[in-house]
Ligand binder design. Structure first.
Ligand code: IPT
Length: 957
C-alpha cells in the first residue's frame, strides 16, 4: 500500500516550464500606468525539503511573526550569516545525481511572505499583473490565498494576471522557492548555485486598452541613409517620434532620413507608443543586421567584436544587481574600449540591456540554458535531445526573445551555452528565426553550424584561429560560408590573460574573423570576513571547482585587473605608431563606423621618462579604416644626453556619457634614439680584511661572497639566482589542456627548491667573483652561475652569467636575482608602468617615470600567485638603493617570499614580514591562458640558455 504523507510537489520535478503564467511579452516601464515595487524585506522560512510544510502560510491571516526576514531581491544563502545554508560552486558538474528530471529529496525550500498595502489611489479599472524578473530555480505563487501557478526558468520574467484577486488594503503574496527542480538540469552554468528571488517583484496596473505586447522594427538602409520604423502592437495605437516628425498608426511602416544606431554611435530616438490605455516610452535605434558575403554586417559594414562575457555578479549580493552596479559595468566596459558583451549564460536583468542601448555595446543575448554536466556521461539523456524537454526549451527561447526584442543593441540571440547538440536546440533556433528574422542566431556547441548564423568557438588556439581566418579549416558546407567569432577566449583567470595582442592581430588580419569575447568580465568571489573573497570549496561543498570561478578582467569589487588594462590597449580604436627618429606618427582609425572627430591628439616628449615638452597634434577626422601620417615637431635638444622618446595620445575631445573630456582612449610611444648606456670603469679592487671583503661602497662576507651592505644600506639577503615564481592559474593549466602544463612540470622538477652550491669566492685584481651551481635535489640539471662584482669607487656592479647544464626540457619560470632589504616602502622607477606586465601581456606597459609603494605594486589576485612585475625597467630606487640595469630588466618587490606567495590560498594568507624581497629579472616566462586555453606562444618562452646580465647599485641617501 502506498500513501502520501507530504503535500504534492510533483511540479518541482516536472519537465514542463510551469503553469499559470501569462505568455511572455516585451519588458517595459509604462509612462503612466501605475506600478508598485514589492522589493524589500520579506518574511522567510527555510525548509530542508520541498514538501516539508503545507501551503497554509499562503492563507490570509497566517501569522509569520516569528519567521526570519530576507531582502528581496536576494539569495537566501547569502543572507542570514550562514543560517540559511551556503552557496555551492561547480563549473559543469551537477551537485546532485544525474537522474533527470529528479532532484534530491534534500531540496532547500524557502517560503517567502510579503503583506503589502494596495495604495488607496490604485486605479480600479483594468487589470493588474504581478511580475517576477528572476527566481532560482522554481517558484509557486499565491496571492491572497489563491494559487497563481508555478514556474521555472530562473533568469527569465514570469507574469501572472492578478487583477481579480487584488483587494483594497492589505494583500498577502506568498512565494515558495525550491533550490532544485527539473529546471536545474537546464541551468548548469559555471557559477555559484544561488537560490532565491534575486530580481525585482513588481505589481503592474494594466489599464483597459493598455499595450499588451509590442515589437519595434527599426531598420536602416545605409545606401539611402533612411530608416524604416514599424511598431507592431497587440493593441492598436499610434507611434510618435517627435524628432523625426513621425506620427503613424501601429503596424504601419514609415521611412525617413535618420542617424543610425551603432555601438560606436548609439543614436536613440525617443518615441511613444500611445494606446487608449497607456503611453509607453520607446527608445528607438535604427540598424540592420545581416549575414552577407560571409560576414556579419550592421548597416552594411562588417563589425569587429571586441567583447567580453558578462555574468551578473556582486560580491555581497550575488546575482541580485542594482542599477548602479549594472551601470558601473557598462561604464567600465566603455572606458576600456570594449564594444560588445555576451550575456553569458542567461538574459541579464533587463535594465542592463537598456544601458547597452544607451551607451552603445553590441550584445549577444544568451538564453538561460546549459546542460554541461551531461558531458560526464557522453551526453546521454541530454535534455536538449529529448522531446519531453522541448516545451521547456521553447519556453525559455520565447521568454528571452519576447522580453528583450526591442533592444537595438542585441544583434545575436544565443540558444544557450555548452548544451551539446540536439533536436531541442534546432527547435529553438527555428522558432527564433521565425519570430525575429531581423537578428542572427548564435550557439557555440554545434561546430557544424546546423542551426546558427555564425561559426563560433571557444578557446581555439592562435594557430587554429589563423587557419579559420584563411578558410583552411574545412567543416560543413554551411560553416565554410560563415564568419567566425570566439564567443569565449583568453581565459582571464588569475594573472593574465597572455597572448591577447596576438589574437587581436589575427582578428584584424583576416576578414572572416570578426573578433571575440574574453572569458570573462568579473571574478565571482564572495566577500568573506576571514578569507577576503571566498571561492569554490570555501563553504565546505562536497564537489567544487575551487577558484575557477575567479576568472574575470575585474576583481570581485570591480577594480580593473591588469588584464583589463591590457585588453583596453590591445583593442584601442585608434592605432598610433611612429618613427621616432624621423618624427613621424602614423594614425589609423580602427573603428567600424565613427570617424575620429570625437578625439583630440596630444604629443609629448620625454627625456629619461620625464616629460619636457608637450603640445596638441592636428590629426584629420579620418573615416573608419583610414590612416594618415602626421609630422611631429622638432624634438627638444639632447642637452643632458638622456634617453628621448615620443608619446602620442588620443583623448576624448569633449565629455561623453561614459567618460569625461581628456579620457585617454589610445596611445603610442616611439624612441628618438637608443638608450645611452654610460661605461662603467672597474677602478676599485676588492680588499680582504677580517672575514670581510670591501669593494668600493660595498661589504661582503669573505667566506660566502654574500653582499652585506652597499653604502649605508644593509642588505638582508644577498642577490642570488632565482628561477621560481608562484605558479599562476595559467601556469598550472587546466587538466584537459593539450599544451604542456609547465606550472606542474616546474614543480615536479623541483624548481621551487633550488639548492645553491658555493664553488669559490675569488678576490681578483679588479673584481670579486663568486662561482656557484644552482640545482634541485634529485636532478642532474643545473645552472652554473657566476656573480662578478666590480666598482668604480662609488657604485657597485653585479654581472651575473648563467650557463645551463644538462638536458633542460622545460622553460624557466623566471631568470634573475632575488635579494632582501630590511626596509623599503616608496618605489620610483624609470621603465614600463604603471601596472604589471609579463612577456605576452605587456602591451599596456608605458615607458615613463613611475612612483608607487611596495604594497601598491602587488596585484591582489583572489588566489595569490605570481604578480606585480614591471617591464623594461632602466632603473629603480627603493630602500635607499638605486639599481640600474644593463640591459633593462623586470622588477618585482613584495613583503613576502615567493614561497609564501605560492603557499597562500587567499589574500588574507599573506602577511608582511620584516624583509622586502626584490626580484630583478632578466627574463620571465609568458603567461598564456592555459587555465582554459592555450599556453604562452613559443616566442614568449623563457628558454634555459646561457645569458649574462648586470645591475649597477648605488645609494640614494
Ligand atoms: C567554458 C564555459 O562556457 C564557461 O561557462 C566557463 O566555464 C569557461 O569555460 C571556463 O571558465 S567551457 C570550457 C571548459 C570548454
Amino acid at each position: 500500500m502506498s500513501f502520501r504523507t507530504t503535500p504534492s510537489v510533483d511540479y518541482v520535478e516536472d519537465v514542463s516550464p510551469g503553469s499559470g503564467a501569462l505568455p511572455p511579452r516585451a519588458w517595459y516601464a509604462s509612462s503612466d500606468a501605475r506600478s508598485l515595487s514589492l522589493n524589500g524585506s520579506w518574511r522567510f522560512r527555510l525548509s530542508a525539503t520541498a514538501g516539508a510544510e503545507d501551503d497554509s502560510f499562503a492563507e490570509e491571516g497566517y501569522d509569520a511573526g516569528n519567521w526570519a526576514e530576507v531582502t528581496v531581491p536576494g539569495h537566501w544563502v547569502l543572507q542570514g550569516d550562514g543560517a540559511f545554508g551556503s552557496p555551492i560552486y561547480t563549473n559543469h558538474l551537477y551537485p546532485f545525481p544525474v537522474d533527470p528530471p529528479y532532484v534530491p529529496t534534500e531540496n532547500p525550500t524557502g517560503d517567502h511572505l510579503r503583506v503589502f498595502d494596495l495604495p488607496s489611489d490604485w486605479p480600479s479599472d483594468g487589470g493588474a499583473v504581478l511580475r517576477f524578473d528572476g527566481v532560482e530555480s522554481c517558484a509557486r505563487v499565491w496571492l491572497n490565498g489563491t494559487e497563481l501557478g508555478e514556474f521555472k526558468g530562473s533568469r527569465l520574467a514570469h507574469e501572472f494576471a492578478v487583477g481579480e484577486l487584488l483587494k483594497p488594503g492589505a494583500n498577502v503574496l506568498a512565494v515558495r522557492v525550491h533550490q532544485w527542480s527539473a529546471g536545474s538540469y537546464l541551468e548548469d552554468q559555471d557559477q555559484w548555485w544561488l537560490p532565491g528571488i534575486f530580481r525585482d517583484v513588481t505589481l503592474l496596473h494594466r489599464p483597459a486598452g493598455s499595450v499588451a505586447d509590442f515589437f519595434v522594427h527599426a531598420s536602416y538602409d545605409h545606401t539611402t541613409g533612411e530608416g524604416t520604423l514599424r511598431v507592431d502592437s497587440d493593441v492598436d495605437g499610434r507611434v510618435l517620434v517627435p524628432a523625426l516628425d513621425i506620427d503613424v498608426a501601429t503596424g504601419e511602416p514609415v521611412t525617413v532620413a535618420v542617424e543610425p544606431w551603432t555601438a560606436e554611435t548609439p543614436k536613440l530616438y525617443d518615441g511613444v507608443l500611445a494606446t487608449d490605455g497607456e503611453r509607453v516610452p520607446l527608445r528607438i535605434g535604427f540598424r540592420t543586421v545581416v549575414l552577407e558575403d560571409g560576414l556579419v554586417k550592421v548597416n552594411g559594414t562588417a563589425v569587429l567584436f571586441k567583447g567580453v562575457n558578462r555574468h551578473e555578479w556582486h560580491p555581497e549580493r550575488g546575482r541580485a544587481l542594482d542599477l548602479e552596479t549594472m551601470r558601473e559595468d557598462v561604464l567600465l566596459m566603455k572606458r576600456h574600449n570594449l564594444n560588445a558583451v555576451r550575456t553569458s549564460h542567461y538574459p541579464p536583468h533587463p535594465a542592463f540591456l537598456d544601458l547597452c542601448d544607451e551607451y552603445g555595446l553590441w550584445v549577444i543575448d544568451e538564453c538561460d540554458l546549459e546542460t554541461h554536466g551531461f558531458t560526464e556521461q557522453d551526453w546521454r539523456d541530454n535534455p536538449v535531445d529529448d522531446d519531453r524537454w522541448t516545451p521547456a526549451l521553447l519556453d525559455r527561447a520565447a521568454r528571452m526573445v519576447e522580453r528583450d526584442k526591442n533592444h537595438p543593441s542585441i544583434v545575436f540571440w544565443s540558444l544557450g551555452n555548452e548544451a551539446g547538440t540536439g533536436r531541442g536546440l534546432t527547435a529553438m533556433a527555428e522558432w527564433i528565426h521565425g519570430r525575429d528574422p531581423e537578428r542572427l542566431v548564435h550557439y557555440e556547441g554545434d561546430w557544424n553550424c546546423r542551426d546558427t548564423d555564425v561559426y563560433s568557438r571557444m578557446y581555439a588556439f592562435h594557430d587554429e584561429v589563423e587557419k579559420i581566418g584563411q578558410r583552411l579549416d574545412g567543416g560543413t558546407h554551411k560553416r565554410r560560408d560563415l564568419p567566425f567569432i570566439q564567443c569565449e577566449y583568453a581565459h582571464a583567470m588569475g594573472n593574465g590573460p597572455g597572448g591577447l595582442a596576438d589574437y587581436q592581430e589575427l582578428f584584424e588580419k583576416y576578414d572572416r574573423l570578426q573578433g571575440g569575447f574574453i572569458w570573462e568580465w568579473i571574478d565571482h568571489g564572495v566577500k568573506h570576513a576571514e578569507l577576503g573573497y571566498a571561492y569554490g570549496g570555501d563553504f565546505g561543498e562536497e564537489l567544487h571547482d575551487g577558484n575557477f570561478v575567479c576568472d574575470g578582467l575585474v576583481f570581485p569589487d570591480r577594480t580593473p585587473s591588469p588584464g583589463l588594462i591590457e585588453y583596453k590597449k590591445v583593442i584601442e580604436p585608434v592605432r598610433i605608431e611612429g618613427d621616432g627618429a624621423n618624427g613621424i606618427v602614423h594614425v589609423t582609425n580602427k573603428q567600424d563606423f565613427a570617424d575620429l572627430s570625437a578625439l583630440a591628439f596630444e604629443w609629448s616628449c620625454q627625456v629619461d621618462g620625464e616629460t619636457v615638452e608637450s603640445g596638441s597634434l592636428a590629426v584629420p577626422a579620418l573615416a573608419p579604416g583610414e590612416s594618415a601620417e602626421v609630422k611631429l615637431p622638432e624634438p627638444p635638444a639632447d642637452g643632458r644626453g638622456g634617453e628621448r622618446q615620443w608619446t602620442v595620445r588620443a583623448l576624448l575631445a569633449d565629455d561623453t556619457s561614459w567618460a569625461a573630456k581628456g579620457h585617454v582612449v589610445a596611445w603610442g610611444q616611439f624612441a628618438v634614439g637608443a638608450r645611452p648606456l654610460p661605461p662603467f670603469p672597474a677602478t676599485d679592487r676588492p680588499v680582504v680584511e677580517e672575514g670581510r671583503i670591501t669593494l668600493g661602497p660595498a661589504g661582503f662576507d669573505a667566506r660566502t661572497g654574500a653582499l652585506l651592505s652597499v653604502g649605508g644600506v644593509e642588505v638582508g639577503a644577498t642577490p642570488r639566482l632565482d628561477v621560481w615564481r608562484a605558479p599562476t592559474d595559467n601556469d598550472d593549466g587546466a587538466e584537459w589542456q593539450t599544451d604542456t602544463r609547465y606550472g606542474v612540470l616546474w614543480r615536479t622538477l623541483g624548481l621551487h627548491r633550488m639548492r645553491h652550491r658555493l664553488v669559490s669566492v675569488e678576490a681578483g685584481d679588479d673584481a670579486l667573483t663568486v662561482r656557484t651551481r644552482v640545482a634541485p635535489a634529485a636532478r642532474e640539471v643545473g645552472l652554473d652561475t657566476v656573480y662578478r662584482w666590480t666598482s668604480d669607487g662609488e657604485r657597485l656592479r653585479l654581472s651575473v652569467s648563467v650557463t645551463p647544464e644538462g638536458d633542460w626540457t622545460v622553460p624557466l619560470p623566471r631568470l634573475g636575482v632575488r635579494f632582501g632589504l630590511p626596509e623599503a616602502d616608496g618605489v620610483e622607477w624609470f621603465g614600463g608602468g604603471p601596472g604589471e606586465a609579463y612577456p605576452d601581456s605587456r602591451t599596456a606597459s608605458m615607458i615613463g617615470r613611475w612612483r608607487s609603494t611596495v604594497d601598491r605594486l602587488q596585484t591582489p589576485y583572489v588566489r595569490p600567485q605570481e604578480n606585480g612585475a614591471r617591464a623594461d625597467v632602466r632603473w629603480v630606487e627603493l630602500g635607499g638603493l638605486r639599481i640600474e640595469g644593463d640591459p633593462e630588466f623586470w622588477f618585482t618587490a613584495r613583503r613576502w617570499t615567493t614561497e609564501q606567495l605560492d603557499a597562500a590560498q587567499h589574500r588574507t594568507d599573506l602577511a608582511a614580514g620584516d624583509t622586502v624581497w626584490v626580484n630583478l629579472d632578466h627574463g620571465l616566462h609568458g603567461i598564456g591562458s592555459q587555465s582554459c586555453g592555450p599556453g604562452p606562444l613559443p616566442q614568449y618562452f623563457l628558454k634555459a640558455e646561457p645569458v649574462e646580465y648586470s645591475f649597477v647599485f648605488s645609494t640614494t641617501r
